[in-house]
Design a protein around this ligand. Structure first.
Ligand code: PGA
Length: 252
């Protein structure tokens, strides 16, 4: 039985003080819920340290939104996996569509980042998803499964078991357009099939696949009720304590 997993991707929102205020508002609302599901928040880098202190003892994990694959060196503006670990992170989001779209990330660079995260002991959330044009052209399977194979290339089954996949159709992110539960489930099942082909049925059946893209309090329960949907990666609704908590509740 896979444990449900809800992560909040705060994107470029919530400087340290605001991050702490949001965490303080979330904590009482999800108290007790973390016993049987995983909950993580992913603030921007500069808020991680304050967030770590605010989260202490809450049962809510801390994640970052990106990392660089090298451990140290002349990489101006970059942050390594070890830096995230020492900032208190347990998780890291990799290959989000905004990073692929605006910052040139590819399956190859996501794969390098994934290896760095695993080596450091961070739990990665690897994002995949098709654009509207790709969906309309009937290329969902080719695009999404290509991203899975490319991003997770070379992993051993034991490493793959530590990875969470987030299926986030690009057309649903921040648009208010959510994939229907049936549309999402169809792609999640395809993803699990590809994971089984790559890493074996047993590992694939234990790996968690989150859905992301305009998940809200009122659509979360139906999405999370699908056989292959193991929780969500939440953007906009994660910036409001009540909405985020309602989504965490829906993952029961
Ligand atoms: P959204 O973002 O919930 O605002 O659509 C999800 C994401 O980008 O992870």
């Amino acid at each position: 039985m896979r444990r449900k997993f809800v992560a909040g991707n705060w994107k470029m929102n919530k400087a340290a003080d605001a991050a702490v205020a949001l965490i303080e508002a979330i904590k009482p609302l999800v108290a007790g819920l973390t016993a049987d599901r995983d909950v993580v928040v992913c603030p921007p880098f500069t808020s991680l340290s304050a967030a770590r202190t605010a989260l202490a003892g809450s049962g809510i994990g801390l994640g970052a939104q990106n990392l660089h694959w090298e451990p140290a060196g002349a990489y101006t503006g970059e942050i390594s996996a070890d830096m995230l670990l020492t900032s208190g992170c347990t998780h890291v989001i990799l290959g989000h569509s905004e990073r692929r779209q605006y910052f040139g990330e590819t399956d190859e660079t996501v794969n390098r980042k994934l290896n760095a995260a695993l080596k450091a002991g961070l739990a990665p959330i690897v994002c995949v998803g098709e654009t509207r044009q790709e969906r309309e052209a009937g290329r969902i399977e080719a695009v999404v499964l290509g991203q899975i194979s490319g991003s997770l290339q070379g992993l051993s089954p034991a490493q793959a078991a530590l990875v969470t996949v987030a299926y986030e159709p690009v057309w649903a992110i921040g648009t208010g357009l959510t994939a229907t539960a049936a549309q999402a489930e169809e792609v999640h099942a395809l993803i699990r099939g590809r994971l089984a082909a790559l890493f074996g049925a047993e590992v694939a059946s234990a790996m968690r696949i989150q859905y992301g893209g305009s998940v809200k309090a009122d659509n979360a329960a139906e999405l999370f009720g699908q056989a292959n949907i193991d929780g969500g990666l939440i953007g906009g609704a994660a910036l409001d304590a009540a909405s985020f908590a309602a989504i965490v509740k829906a993952a029961g």
